[in-house]
Design a protein around this ligand. Structure first.
Ligand code: A3D
Length: 320
């Protein structure tokens, strides 16, 4: 049986980490693509030289030509620019929209059967534009944000409760921005919901509110520390989890920026919702009943994403 092929569009901080993880996990052969000449080739060669030590079997190749991604089973897109201190994700829209056009066309031409995961920010608007530019089916194009945001939430909750991160589950929905919606009611330690843990005296509402805010600001906290770019280890790991669910038909239920056709009362847009990822890509959008502040928070987040989509249409009317 031929090995699977993983194409990574963008070979920067996240792209390089994705390649390393995909190789270590023997997910398939890896092609690193970038417009920067030498960067993908250099990273591919460096990673290939780690294979004898690690003992993994995967070919790694760097490329500046889209023809090299031909036949990819999974494509993960990180092409574009990341944030610097003081910038919001939305400030990246103008530059990254142009990048999505060339990337979408390249994928549409050379990897039309791939499962595509977009990571480029501002995420929800970029994955929407990428799907349109690529022409791929909407169930095969999705965005990574919720797995990362939920993982940040889980990390902080595990610290607060002083329990293993393995026992903490959490959901963060909505757009990947300052308006994202960490759902405390659906977050739990070994099945015990966070509101019950507060009643049991494990924490206070005030502390949980601070954790919710730290989760929302999780990306900015790292940008502020790094100063030269944004987070890359956890974003890469999160996208790999989604890719594995597709390649191995794991049927994981994950928070993902998915295309909506009436779910949550929304149409023709991408936003973070729980979905099932299996061999057919995004197989199902799970509609949970949002209450009170959850609903108003989600609506507010959706409005922010719609505003970004409008800004995209103003720049490129073909998206309208
Ligand atoms: P970086 O290390 O700068 O890598 C981006 C790469 O894209 C660079 O190597 C560029 O040369 C390359 N590139 C630029 N234009 C093109 C093009 N037209 N075609 C192909 N490659 C191109 O950034 P990074 O890896 O740190 O971040 C990548 C993106 O992910 C940024 O937009 C970040 O904002 C975003 N990001 C998203 C999340 C989410 O949770 C959604 C988290 C962290 C970062």
């Amino acid at each position: 049986m031929a090995r699977k092929k993983i194409a990574l569009i963008g070979s920067g901080q996240i792209g390089g980490t994705l390649a390393h993880l995909a190789a270590l996990k023997e997910m398939g052969d890896v092609v690193l693509f970038d417009i920067a000449e030498g960067l993908p080739q250099g990273k591919a060669l460096d990673l290939a030289q780690s294979a004898p030590v690690e003992g993994y079997n995967a070919s790694l190749k760097g490329a500046n030509d889209y023809a090299d991604i031909a036949g990819a089973d999974v494509v993960i897109v990180t092409a574009g620019v990341p944030r610097k201190p003081g910038m919001s994700r939305d400030d990246l829209l103008g530059i990254n929209l142009k990048v999505m056009k060339s990337v979408g066309e390249g994928i549409g031409k050379y990897a039309p059967n791939a499962f595509v995961i977009c990571i480029t920010n501002p995420l929800d608007a970029m994955v929407w534009a990428l799907q349109k530019f690529s022409g791929l089916p909407t169930n095969m194009v999705c965005g990574m944000a919720g797995v990362l945001d939920s993982s940040r939430f889980r990390t902080f909750l595990a610290e607060e409760f002083n329990v293993s991160v393995q026992d903490v589950t959490a959901f963060v929905l909505g757009g990947h921005g300052d308006t994202m919606v960490p759902l405390t009611r659906y977050s739990a330690v070994a099945g015990i919901p966070v509101p019950d843990l507060i009643k049991m005296g494990w924490s206070t509402q005030e502390k949980i509110d601070q954790i919710v805010q730290r989760t929302r600001d999780g990306g900015a906290e790292i940008v502020g520390l790094l100063k030269t770019g944004s987070a890359f280890y956890a974003p890469a790991t999160s996208a790999i989890e989604m890719a594995e669910s597709y390649l191995k038909d794991k049927r994981r239920l994950l928070p993902v920026a998915a295309y909506l056709t009436g779910e949550y009362g929304l149409n023709d847009m991408y936003v973070g919702v729980p979905v099932l990822i299996g061999e057919n890509g995004v197989e199902k959008v799970v509609e949970i009943e949002l209450q009170g502040e959850e609903k108003s928070g989600f609506d507010h987040s959706v409005d922010a994403v719609k505003g970004l989509m409008e800004a995209c249409i103003n720049i490129d009317p073909s998206l309208g």
